[in-house]
Design a protein around this ligand. Sequence first.
Ligand SMILES: Cc1ncc(COP(=O)(O)O)c(C=O)c1O
Length: 259
Amino acid sequence: MNDIFKQTHKNNIPTVVTAFDTQNEEGNIENINLIESWQQVNKQVAQACAQAPRQHNAVTLLAVSKTKPAEMIVTLARQGQRDFGENYLQEALEKIQVLREQPECKPIIWHYIGSIQRNKTRDIAENFDWVQTLEREIIAKRLNEQRPAELPPLNVLIQVNIDNEDSKSGCLPAELPALISAIKHYERLQLRGLMIIPAKANTDAFARTKQLFEDIKIEHPELPQWDTLSMGMSGDMGEAIANGSTMVRVGTAIFGARA
Ligand SMILES: Cc1ncc(COP(=O)(O)O)c(C=O)c1O
């Protein structure tokens, strides 16, 4: 499957948003392979839940669609995939626009999982349902001010640099109390939990993050929506689920390698 996608999308780039051919969609080999990969990942998630053991619906699958075309998102949305994650703002805004105009698609839940500079906050606040990469109070303040009144509060996760790596974004665990105390007062933000990208040689990052998550839940009973622990990607989703992840962010295993 991946080879077919790589070839096709290499030729289609630079634009990630291309015209739809809904007539041919069902019989298209690329779509069949994409759907099979997605079903396989769903099966892996279900198996990891059964082994943990956790409820089968305890874990949300977030399909990380960065660099992948809008048609692929439509294909999976038609199968019932609801949550999609995007890292690059401009690319994401194009896709969100295109998909809003697809009446046959159920509404998609869009998660912003890229780094956030100050000049991006308005577009993020106006177009996304979740932000998983909050790490600074100034960004939280801006998102809160810029979230449109007619939309529900923006769901936010704090990204934690759990292995204290220079190359990674996120606040340090020691910075969490101050950040949480600030964010919880913002009425247009709904603080839902934590997100991590552990180090490659991660041994116990998932368990340490789960502990942090549970400690915060006990310390902050005033946060009833504190319910989301976003950890686990294509290579480590099983381990993350075994350690209490409630949301896995999976790109490669669903869509194939990125160009
Ligand atoms: C924040 C984040 N989460 C998840 C993923 C998905 O990773 P993978 O393709 O290994 O599943 C990416 C991909 O770049 C990412 O940036």
